[in-house]
Design a binder for this molecule. Structure first.
Ligand code: R5P
Length: 326
């Protein structure tokens, strides 16, 4: 390794907030570097204090924080870390948000609503972020909200390769739980050799959060093993209603694959009580030990994050890792 390269290696630094330090630790291990020690604590009134324990001057800083529950606290902590890095002369600051909070509020569904996904991007920019790195945004166009480069990573190859290795592809149908995700279902289909796709006609009352009304299955799923794909499982209402609709339409078996295991409120009970044979998610968010159950499979996103961080640091190509997906 040349001296020049060694000098640049020294500048790559990984930082983690308190949302999910285990994920950052796995990423750091993949990269073969330690996490830069940081003190973070809350004052009595809930305000957050952050200080880095080493000089960060000149560093290429990657601040890993998934916007896990409590979402607002973890976002604020990441903003504060970015501010501290900027003021301590980090050379470049990348906000790594494996799960980007508020992504579902990406447009005004009705009058007098915010576009909080945009506000988030503005906040990170104002704090001093030079770039964003995120996994499976709720909608791709959120990338345009941030005034700077966005590395949009996809868990699809990870999830699809796992599912593809477990099922008989000749009897497989990829199912989008709503019409908006059909394009993603097509990508799954391409990756698994051209399997048929179907979708659930879902309607939602925008006045009631986390509540959807599942309609009919569009497509023939009779006798098929169905893989329902989604960006996230929050309360699991969407996904379990889709599972029911598919069995009612004659599916032989149903697997669920989703990137972000938000798993709020009744999610685990709903999944346990559902007829789904396997729920496959990634660890973009922490999953408490007591949430784990035998039909839940958690795939690690850390190797992908580490690979992309390495590419960004070395001015390599991130696009080439995803074969033109956007
Ligand atoms: C909706 O458009 C999203 O892609 C997810 O389907 C939804 O947010 C999941 O939420 P829940 O699990 O609460 O139904």
């Amino acid at each position: 390794m040349s001296e020049l390269r060694l000098a640049s290696e020294k500048r790559l630094r990984i930082f983690t907030g308190r949302a999910f330090p285990e994920l950052a630790e796995s990423v750091a291990q993949e990269l073969g570097i330690p996490i830069t020690p940081t003190s973070s604590y809350d004052f009595a009134n809930g305000e957050i204090f952050v200080r880095f324990e080493e000089s960060v001057r000149g560093s290429d800083a990657f601040v890993i924080q998934s916007h896990a529950n409590p979402v607002n606290k973890h976002i604020m902590e990441q903003l504060i870390m970015v501010d501290a890095l900027k003021r301590a002369s980090a050379k470049r600051i990348t906000v790594v948000a494996p799960f980007y909070g508020y992504a579902r509020q990406d447009k005004k569904h009705r009058g007098r609503e915010p576009i909080t996904a945009r506000l988030m991007a503005d906040l990170f920019k104002t704090a001093g972020a030079d770039r964003l790195m995120v996994v499976d945004l709720h909608t791709s166009q959120i990338q345009g909200f941030f005034n700077g480069p966005v590395d949009h990573l996809f868990a699809l190859p990870l999830l699809a390769n796992y599912v593809g290795s477990k099922v008989d592809r000749s009897r497989l149908t990829i199912v989008s739980p709503d019409s908006g995700r059909v394009r993603v279902a097509e990508r799954w289909s391409d990756l698994l050799g051209g399997t048929p796709i179907a979708f659930i006609h879902k309607t939602r009352d925008p006045r009631i959060p986390n509540e959807s009304v599942t309609g009919r299955v569009v497509g023939d799923v009779e006798g098929q093993t169905c893989v329902v794909i989604d960006d996230m499982i929050d309360t699991a209402g969407t996904i379990t209603k889709a599972v029911d609709a598919l069995f009612n339409a004659g599916a032989k078996d149903v697997i669920v694959a989703a990137t972000h295991a938000v798993l709020s409120g009744p999610a685990i009970e709903r999944l346990k009580n559902s007829r789904v044979s396997e729920v496959v998610v990634t660890d973009t968010l922490p999953i408490p030990e007591d949430y784990l159950f035998d039909r839940l499979t958690v795939l690690s996103i850390a190797p992908l994050l580490a690979r992309v961080i390495r590419e960004v640091f070395e001015d390599g190509s991130v696009t080439s890792l995803f074969d033109g997906m956007s």
